[in-house]
Write a protein that binds this ligand. Structure first.
Ligand code: SF4
Length: 305
């Protein structure tokens, strides 16, 4: 691989990180606008409604981030990459090193807040890399010569409600719902609502946890292809919004942006459920990269900054 191509790939990855940190994706912006409208319904003067004020503050924050060229939240999270990698993508062997180098450069250029603490040493590495970080999840796509790169900035507060647990199937799905509600009620306010709720169901805790995070990567407004799971997404959304936590935890109707469920076949004797949550500043991007390194940012119609 020619040096110039390596540089082009790293530069592209830095620009994707820059975009992800500074501008929310189109689907999140649309949903926040919808929730802002819902939150002001029933109030004569929406300016007097704390929930509406929080949305106003959020959109002012986003405008300022855009104007000043700064991240839209100070917590730029742990960098997680989810890659659907075509096996014929010509730069597959170099991609992991390029992603790591891109994080090191973005750490300075965006800039990213140093968030990575090495376990047991309990020391911040100072550059947003560390053991197994940036986190990279690979899915191979046989025959394709492209990659689809999802970048997710996993903030601290919005990672707090996360959990995975294996339940006895004889207790039904209700035990899992109860655990999910407990987590949301206890940690929602730390996670800067309205939250995006990702739920995974599988036979093992690790599989459910991975699916719950992948559920967060789905565009808001999409539904699970299984009609029963899709119905459950709607029912859980309605039920979780009755908690009344509201935007920013200042009470209101919109504690949750959406509920996404992903599932895998489970063992007959085990039902694993897991929860991952995203915050109002859900920083996630999806970019398709071609073999010649041209690309299309599928999550942000305005493209790279
Ligand atoms: S939960 Fe989200 S919006 Fe709140 S501080 Fe963390 S990253 Fe920022």
């Amino acid at each position: 691989m020619a040096e110039t191509t390596i540089e082009r790939l790293i530069t592209l990855l830095v620009r994707i990180l820059d975009l992800t940190a500074k501008r929310l994706s189109d689907d999140v912006l649309v949903r926040l606008k919808e929730l802002q409208a819902i939150e002001s319904t029933g109030f004569k003067d929406w300016e007097d409604n704390p929930g509406s004020q929080i949305y106003k503050a959020m959109f002012t924050n986003l405008e300022m981030a855009e104007k000043l060229g700064r991240p839209c939240c100070q917590d730029t999270g742990i960098i997680q990459f989810f890659i659907q990698a075509g096996t014929a993508f010509p730069w597959l062997a170099e991609l992991e090193n390029c992603l790591r180098e891109a994080v090191l450069r973005a750490d300075v250029s965006v800039p990213l807040r140093p968030n990575v603490v090495e376990c047991f040493e309990e020391k911040n590495t100072g550059n947003n890399t560390g053991t197994r970080i940036p986190w990279i999840d690979w899915e191979l796509v046989p025959g394709s010569d492209k990659i689809r790169l999802s970048v997710y900035l996993a903030g601290g507060g919005c990672s707090l409600p996360g959990f995975a647990q294996v339940f006895m199937p004889l207790h039904g799905y209700e035990e899992a719902y109860k655990a999910i509600f407990d987590k949301i009620v206890n940690f929602c306010v730390n996670a800067c609502p309205p939250l995006l709720v990702g739920i995974g169901f599988a036979g093992q805790a690790d599989a459910a946890a991975k699916l719950s995070k992948k559920a967060l990567l789905r565009p808001i407004g999409t539904r699970n292809s299984n009609p029963k799971a899709a119905l459950l997404e709607e029912q859980l959304l309605a039920a979780l919004n009755r908690i009344g936590m509201g935007p920013g935890g200042f009470l209101g109707n919109s504690s949750v942006m959406a509920v996404h469920i992903e599932q895998a076949g489970r063992h007959t004797a085990a039902l694993a459920a897991a929860l991952s949550t995203g915050c109002w500043a859900h920083r996630c991007s999806l970019t398709e990269i071609n073999p010649d390194l041209s690309c299309e940012v599928l999550s942000h119609k305005q493209g790279l900054l």
